[in-house]
Design a protein around this ligand. Structure first.
Ligand code: NAP
Ligand code: MG
Length: 495
């Protein structure tokens, strides 16, 4: 051994990973919470006829944030009455350019209050402020801007088809993107001249309740937007109500099927945006470092609680080893913790129920024989947390390769040929999204034509734009949201 080699052996290299970030918390006091929230019906906050309230919490600390009204059947009746009244009493007949003005106004107020909305979204959902600030809130405002632009151009969007609004839309949304899903639902419905009753998820009602202030600030006529908080049972009552003309649902496949059965033969129009088990497919000619970033964004964005998450990684066999090594290295740099810290990459899981579901599926992965990797990370003591997780040695039959985990858990499978990649990617009951990583344009097109998925991303993942339609095949649902396509489910045509 030379002197230099000896010296190297005894001086350990500086451990770069031990650098600590200073805390960089976003101020929480921009948000003013009421102790108690009623129902937003006919343009006013009213007490629920049911007389019941439930606490909503911060999932990162389990601290209660506010009490929220739990609507019952009588409240559903009142909401439908308010929405019907507003529809007939002017909204449906309003000049389309006037409707557009309200939507533009809402979009601008959302931008003005974006910091408040982002902090509140992170508080109630557990997602990192970096995401609520840079993704959820700007995209939510963008949806209102986008559909404001269509409101007075429907005759051009559907030439010779005489588009007419449907009436009252009942919209039920999940907890993973509370404000963004509200925008995906409300913006196209209002642009086409419908009135709405929106039911937020039980665990994340607060940004929808703040949105009621925005409606009032924008002078939106009373009853055009109604926010009805309550549990799943109330959601079931709402979608079945005879006064509802259109149902739009985003959530689990199980509830989606239940709604579809209940509405069969009722004449109500229905769109369903349900779960997914997307394949993110990396070919041997892909730029590996970019692919690693895309994989991380695909499955760890919003703690993996994303219907279009790239939860199945399909890697070409020849590059599996280096790719997985790079991925594990990258995982060790992810920061898990306080959602309001600007340096946080992964926040809290939204609820204990969801955490239990993730924990159960991860246990099944171990039992079935997959190999688990989790970087060392210290999780906070209170709240609902799960570390970023990768499973290798996964067989297609394992539950972690089949079922939607809806958490920060990636299952890695390998393939040899494009045909095999395609077959494995399509071997799922779902069909919401997919990703393809390769240098070859021809291969991207070949794959995109054959993947049974509503969205196919090429050399990127989880990219959204209001102008681009989104929706599923098979058990991922039907109907499209976004783009010109997103107008159609809210219209009938006098042809
Ligand atoms: P979920 O039960 O389908 O909830 C979605 C929405 O539907 C919530 O507002 C919920 O209200 C409401 N709801 C529940 N039961 C209903 C019924 N019978 N009729 C009408 N509305 C009803 O989903 P979850 O229980 O929150 O999550 C379970 C699994 O679904 C997750 O693990 C994930 O795999 C999947 N998921 C998918 C998406 C997606 O974006 N596609 C979103 C969320 C969850 P409450 O909140 O009051 O129960
Ligand atoms: Mg549920």
């Amino acid at each position: 051994m030379t002197e230099l080699e000896k010296k190297r052996k005894h001086t350990p290299a500086p451990a770069l990973t031990e650098w600590e970030y200073a805390p960089a918390p976003e101020a929480r006091d921009i948000v003013h919470l009421e102790e108690r929230y009623g129902l937003f019906l006919g343009g006013r906050m009213v007490e629920p006829r049911s007389g019941t309230y439930a606490a909503t919490i911060d999932p990162s600390t389990e601290e209660p944030l506010a009490e929220v009204a739990q609507g019952g059947p009588e409240d559903v009746d009142l909401a439908v009455e308010a929405a019907r009244g507003a529809f007939e009493d002017g909204w449906s007949a309003l000049a389309p350019s006037e409707r557009a003005k309200y939507l533009f106004r809402i979009a601008r107020i959302m931008q003005e209050r974006s910091r408040e909305l982002a902090v509140l979204e992170s508080l109630n959902n557990g997602k990192p402020i970096r995401e609520s600030r840079d993704v959820d809130v700007p995209l939510a405002a963008a949806h209102f801007f986008y559909y404001a632009g269509w409101a007075d151009k429907l005759e051009y969007a559907f030439p010779n088809r005489r588009p007419r609004p449907l009436g009252v839309a009942a919209q039920v949304i999940p907890w993973n993107f509370p404000l963004l899903m509200l925008s995906w639902k409300i913006a196209p419905a209002l642009a086409t001249g419908n009135t709405v009753i929106l039911k937020p998820a039980s665990t994340t009602p607060l940004t929808a309740l703040l949105f009621t202030e925005i409606c009032r600030q924008a002078d939106l006529p009373p009853g055009v937007v109604n926010i009805l908080t309550g549990n799943g049972r109330m959601g079931a009552t709402l979608v079945r109500h005879p006064g509802v003309d259109k149902v739009a649902f985003t959530g689990s496949t199980e509830v989606g099927k239940d709604i579809q059965r209940a509405l069969a033969g009722s004449g109500k129009r229905l769109t369903l945006e349900l779960g997914g088990k997307a394949a993110n497919i990396v070919f041997d000619d892909a730029a590996l470092d970019q692919a690693v970033e895309g994989i991380v964004n695909g499955i760890y964005f919003n703690q993996g609680q994303v219907c279009c998450a790239g939860s199945r990684l399909l890697v070409q066999e020849s590059i599996a080893e280096p790719l997985i090594a790079k991925l594990k290295q990258r995982l060790a740099t992810l920061r898990v913790g306080d959602p309001l810290d600007k340096n946080t990459d992964l926040g809290a899981i939204n609820s204990r129920e969801q955490l239990d579901r993730i924990t159960e599926l991860v246990a099944s992965g171990r039992e079935e024989g997959a190999e688990i990797f989790q970087p060392a990370c210290k999780l906070p003591e209170k709240g609902f947390w799960f570390p970023p997780t990768v499973f290798t040695n996964v067989a297609q039959s394992y539950r972690i390769a089949q079922e939607e985990i809806f958490g920060p858990v990636l299952s890695v499978l390998t393939f040899r040929t494009p045909e095999e990649a395609l077959e494995k990617a399509n071997n799922t009951a779902y069909g919401l999204s997919a990703g393809v990583w390769t240098e070859k344009g021809s291969r991207i097109l070949w794959m995109a034509q054959r993947l049974r998925a509503g969205v196919v991303w090429a050399n990127t993942f989880n990219r959204f734009d209001p102008a681009s339609p989104f929706g599923g095949y098979k058990e991922s649902g039907f109907g499209r949201e976004g783009g010109r396509h997103g107008l159609e489910p809210y219209l009938r045509f006098d042809e």
